[in-house]
Ligand binder design. Structure first.
Ligand SMILES: [Zn+2]
Length: 112
């Protein structure tokens, strides 16, 4: 696989993280964000490893089982200190487009 190809996927994954931001707080710096598997049993592979080895479709499948959290919130979820809002889970559609979830307390912008 070419270097460019791999770079594209890395970029895509960063785009996904940036798009969603932390599902629990307002953190949206990519370096602080991680994918959290909603159902630990469905965890097949680490997304970072998918970058070099798996197709975009496989990455999408995996991302769709996840919710984006910052490291702080992720740690709290692991300790059951907070509950995550499953409405904010990731969803990449069949065209590999990143679907939006409705952000809380954001006024509807008129970008129609
Ligand atoms: Zn957070």
């Amino acid at each position: 696989m070419s270097r460019k190809h791999r770079h594209d996927r890395q970029h895509w994954i960063m785009e996904i993280k940036e798009h969603y931001g932390c599902a629990h707080c307002d953190e949206n710096s990519i370096c602080c964000l991680t994918f959290h598997h909603i159902d630990a049993k469905s965890k097949n592979r680490k997304i970072c490893k998918c970058l070099s080895n798996f197709s975009k479709a496989l990455i999408r499948d995996e991302v769709n089982k996840c919710i984006v959290l910052c490291f702080n919130c992720h740690a709290k979820v692991e300790k059951s200190l907070i509950e995550i809002d499953l409405n904010k889970r990731c969803y990449i559609n069949e065209h590999f487009q990143i679907a939006k979830f409705k952000k809380k307390e954001k006024k509807v912008s008129d970008d129609t």
